[in-house]
Design a protein around this ligand. Structure first.
Ligand code: ATP
Length: 274
């Protein structure tokens, strides 16, 4: 970090995560994001929109360091994490929880065990363990996992195998598993892209409720402008790897949508799914 770059004071600005001039160039030369400077505050529920290939996933994956940025700086609660490795990197991934389009559950485990994995998800010996996982966790941890499942409305499915659940139910398990990490920031990469409209409403409503009730900032990548408008407190529009809009849903005009999506903004599917 250069002498001139200082993180915002997180206690004053309520900034949980900050990026300065973040950029990512993949080994094949693709410049996926460039010059992204943004602050995610404690009271943010952000939806990132942009056309396919705009750089949304790359940005989100940089935020929990699943992808290593090529340039720029990142701070989590005031601590520089741009080049974190080892223990510091594991701490970043514990503090910045993430759910995905494909849920990423351990299919052969029960719902309850999947949530408990959230407590130990970076422990490789656990993932090769063959007996009942429940023995590895204290009663208090199992109670916590149950209460998280009740919170997301599927306590009754605790002992079912994860792969016997519907997509919407699996995404709820993924949310409970992420909450079990006790994250400071919750990321969701296209969490409703594989779901029907009704399940999509449930998942977006759940993320928003978790944000409101637990005070966890949330950043969601979405394709659907309609969902972005209805659930976001703040929308960030990405085009060709850069931020072209950052503001409240009310400020997202049709002209700005054209800026974000370019010629594809006339594609009716972009605003569909109501
Ligand atoms: N691992 C990779 N190696 C090389 N190029 C990549 C890699 N991942 C993404 N890209 C490229 O980086 C650019 C941004 O991709 P990214 O997946 O971040 O966009 P996106 O907005 O999330 O797209 P989508 O909505 O289709 O998921 C694209 O040109 C993509 O082809």
């Amino acid at each position: 970090m250069s002498d001139t770059i200082r993180p915002l004071d997180p206690t004053l600005a309520h900034t949980v995560l900050e990026t300065r001039n973040l950029g990512k160039v993949y080994p094949n030369g693709t410049e996926a994001i460039q010059g992204i400077s943004l602050a995610v505050r404690k009271d943010d529920f952000i939806v990132i929109i942009g056309s396919s290939g705009a750089g949304k996933s790359t940005l989100l994956r940089c935020l929990n360091r699943l992808v290593n940025p090529s340039c720029g700086d990142m701070f989590l609660n005031g601590e520089e994490i741009t080049r974190a490795t080892g223990r510091q990197l594991r701490r970043v991934r514990q503090q910045v929880g993430m759910i995905f389009q494909q849920f990423n559950l351990v299919r052969r485990l029960t719902v309850l065990e999947n949530v408990l994995v959230g407590r130990l998800r970076f422990c490789t010996t656990l993932l090769s363990h063959t007996g009942s996982l429940l023995r590895l966790f204290s009663e208090a941890e199992q109670e916590l996992a149950f209460s998280l499942l009740n919170q997301v409305g599927i306590g009754n499915l605790a002992y079912q195998r994860a792969d016997s659940l519907s997509g919407g139910q699996q995404q709820r398990v993924a949310i409970a598993r992420t909450l079990a990490q006790n994250p400071a920031l919750f990321l969701a990469d296209e969490p409703i892209a594989s779901l029907d409209p009704k399940s999509s409403e449930v998942i977006m409503g759940l993320l928003r409720r978790i944000h409101e009730e637990q005070g966890i900032p949330v950043v969601v990548n979405l394709h659907h402008i309609d969902f972005a408008r209805r659930y976001a407190k703040r929308i960030i529009g990405i085009s060709a790897g850069g931020v072209v809009f950052d503001g409240p849903p009310e400020a997202l005009t049709e002209a700005i949508i054209r800026d974000v999506y370019g010629p594809r903004s006339n594609d009716p599917t972009l605003a569909a799914c109501a």
